[in-house]
Design a protein around this ligand. Structure first.
Ligand SMILES: [Zn+2]
Length: 117
């Protein structure tokens, strides 16, 4: 048994929507680099006072953490889309069993089943 074609199309749509949303989020404070899917947090320039410099650093540090987390999600989405392309989408990376469709519905980028998670 393999996943329904419609279900895969639905998941692909969700993944692409999610991808767009994450890219928009990232572009608010980071700029894309030459490497696909990799972003670089830009350093805000609020002013040259010590206070302003301190809050720039703080903002940069927050954004850097956010950038890492969004990039990680983006990477998972890219991988899921690649698995759709090569026909391995929906199978657990660890035990090769089919991932429960309820799990994929809630989290389309899932690469392991509930047991291996
Ligand atoms: Zn598994």
């Amino acid at each position: 048994m393999s996943l329904d074609k419609n279900f895969i199309e639905e998941s692909q749509k969700k993944l692409l929507d999610e991808k767009r949303r994450i890219e928009e989020d990232l572009e608010r404070f980071a700029k894309p680099t030459d490497a696909p899917g990799e972003y670089e947090t830009t350093f805000g320039d609020q002013g040259t006072d010590e206070d302003e410099n301190a809050s720039e650093v703080e903002e940069y540090t927050d954004n850097l953490a956010l950038e890492n987390s969004l990039e990680k999600q983006l990477k998972e989405i890219h991988e899921a889309l690649a698995r759709i392309d090569d026909g391995t989408y929906g199978y657990c990376e660890n035990c090769q069993k089919e991932i429960d469709t309820d799990r994929l519905k809630a989290y389309p980028a899932a690469k392991t089943c509930i047991n291996c998670n």
